[in-house]
Design a binder for this molecule. Structure first.
Ligand code: GDP
Length: 325
């Protein structure tokens, strides 16, 4: 049976009413690159009802194996069962980091969350450049919030590229670290540590617990050496165990503290305003770029100019100037 076609107003009404099928379809729509879909997606986003309650958007990052899935499953459960929140889980990943099409088989990764009416676990979109993924994730956040999910967890594999993107989408950025993996130093090198609002050393259980606590102390000391952030918030370093369900509530309490701190200081709204502005500029830049390369004159001149630049016969600057003419 063919799917019914919905107008933007119908999409918006269904999503606003919490219809999961409509939400899934609306997400597919905003992730689509087809011009017709893009136009409809923009209309749908504009037609969404305003949000009744403030939402929390939290980014979580860490190297593969740090325990993100296990932790998000636990954290999500805590949020739903103990704090009565509605949780959406989204993933942002550079496609290059994906193996065999999907490193994130979300249904099996988060079995409890995946079947909860109060949760929405969105598989990560495949095969798009990071810029595109991050860009569309912003719209996906808008959609899940409109559908009544007040807490959005945005997960990314900590491979050093997607963190900046996720930070530009969220209110609080949580860095997960593995004790003894040399991770602490990697984080510093990539500058990821400076971006974190809350840090947690995972798998602090069994024989690994003392090591995790020691790692947390080391990270705390290292943080003191880094430039203190302007916000007057020294990022706390916690330890937790998802499998033992230990420290998960404390982790969220710390995130909540940070959000409250941001609300009080005005940083919360300022951050979101800045993010909207960045999104606007990014949108314009992407549209201009797409339109530019779609022009027949550019498309026909490009291969030869690129070959000349590759061969060193023409400077990049000269080739760019010729194209822009
Ligand atoms: P991800 O790649 O970051 O999503 O990590 P996963 O959540 O898939 O976890 C990677 C491995 O670490 C799995 O084998 C988990 O069972 C294990 N793991 C996750 N959390 C914990 C924890 O709190 N304690 C221990 N001991 N193992 C954990």
């Amino acid at each position: 049976m063919p799917r019914p076609t919905w107008s933007a107003a119908e999409y918006a009404a269904r999503v606003g009413a919490g219809d999961r099928v409509a939400l899934g379809r609306a997400i597919t729509l905003v992730e689509s690159t087809r011009p017709a879909d893009r136009a409809l997606a923009a209309e749908v986003l504009a037609a969404l009802p305003p949000l009744p309650t403030p939402t929390a958007r939290v980014g979580l990052t860490g190297v593969p194996g740090v325990g993100k899935s296990t932790l998000i499953e636990r954290l999500g459960r805590h949020l739903i069962e103990d704090l009565n929140r509605r949780v959406a889980v989204l993933a942002v990943d550079p496609s290059s980091a994906r193996t065999g099409g999907s490193i994130l088989g979300d249904k099996t990764r988060m079995p409890w969350l995946s079947v909860q009416p109060a949760a929405f676990v969105r598989p990560s979109p495949a095969g798009t450049a990071l810029g595109g993924v991050a860009f569309r994730t912003r719209d996906v956040i808008t959609l899940v919030e409109a559908a009544g999910f007040d807490t959005v967890l945005v997960e990314t594999v900590g491979v050093g590229q997607s963190e900046t993107a996720v930070r530009s989408l969220t209110d609080c950025f949580v860095l997960l670290l593995l004790a003894g993996a040399g991770d602490e130093l990697q984080g510093i090198k990539k500058g990821i540590m400076e971006m974190a609002d809350v840090l947690a050393v995972t798998k602090a259980d069994g024989p690994n617990a003392p090591r995790a606590r020691r790692a947390a102390r080391e990270v705390k000391n290292a943080l003191h050496l880094l430039r203190p952030p302007e916000t007057g918030w020294l990022p706390p370093v916690l330890t937790c165990s998802a499998t033992e369900n230990d420290g998960i509530g404390a982790l969220w309490a710390t995130v909540a503290d940070y959000l409250a701190h941001q609300q009080t200081g005005g940083g919360f709204e300022q951050n979101r305003r800045q993010q909207r502005l960045t999104a606007l500029r990014e949108l314009v830049r992407q549209e201009l770029e797409t339109a530019f390369y779609a022009r027949p004159a550019i498309a026909s001149a490009l291969p030869e100019l690129e070959a000349a630049v590759l061969a060193g016969r023409l400077s990049a600057a000269a080739a760019a100037a010729r194209l822009l003419e």
